[in-house]
Design a protein around this ligand. Structure first.
Ligand code: TMP
Length: 213
């Protein structure tokens, strides 16, 4: 096993970024890479990841869902998160596994905060209730501009409720992620993700190795 991978047991790492950033492809590859190296990995995704959370996910992403206020939306993402933390994330960390999450509170800060208009204080106040002591050790942000992101999204009719938001909304989401990285460089890692998946994966491994060696 690569020595730095052994340092990831009991750690909580989030992969996040705008829709179309390619984070989920990198997430799947990295989870497989860690497993092949012999590490116990707990993979979760948000919203969802539990039976109850997947029901909340359907409401949040269904384009046919009725209009909801941004506060209601934020609380639903947090409700899904509270269930996931208690049922899956905290126990896996206790067992010494690497927890890998596809999105976490950084998404709420970008989408309902920077783009939706809620303050970080409001989000973090609810976040403390949902997350308790299970905060990520590192949040990796995969950054792409809107031209690249748009080309990676499904065609319009297949887009979910969030993907259908305006280009201006998605520009604020991207900026919301960049601001989080700038504010807390020790807790975040920014990866330029416009290149082909193999090059992005190589960069990811190199940068993670620097952090965890
Ligand atoms: P996914 O397509 O990566 O599974 O993410 C689902 C969508 O939900 C995506 O458009 C981002 C959005 N989202 C929020 O708006 N707030 C959140 O807290 C989370 C976790 C996701």
């Amino acid at each position: 096993m690569s020595p730095w991978i052994t340092h990831l047991g009991g750690k909580f790492i989030v992969f996040d970024g705008p829709d179309g950033s390619g984070k989920t492809t990198q997430f799947d590859r990295f989870a497989e890479h860690c497993r092949q190296a012999g590490l116990g990995v707990c993979e979760v995704r948000e919203p969802g990841g539990t039976a109850f959370g997947e029901q909340i996910r359907r409401i949040l992403l269904d384009p046919a869902s009725p209009e909801m206020s941004v506060r209601c939306e934020m609380m639903l993402y947090m409700a899904s998160r509270a269930q996931l933390v208690e049922q899956t994330i905290a126990p896996a960390l206790q067992r010494g596994e690497l927890v890998l999450a596809d999105r976490f509170i950084s998404s709420t800060l970008a989408y309902q905060g920077a783009a939706g208009g809620l303050s970080p204080e409001e989000i973090l106040a609810v976040g403390r209730v949902a997350v308790q002591s299970s905060w990520p050790d590192l949040t990796v942000i995969f950054d792409v501009d809107q031209r690249v992101a748009g080309a990676r999204l499904p065609d319009s009719p297949a887009r979910d409720r969030m993907e259908r938001r305006s280009p201006a909304f998605h520009a604020r989401v991207r900026q919301g992620y960049l601001d989080q990285v700038e504010a807390q460089p020790e807790k975040y890692l920014l990866i330029a993700a416009a290149a082909d998946p193999d090059s992005v994966f190589e960069t990811l491994l190199n940068r993670l190795q620097e952090r965890f060696t």
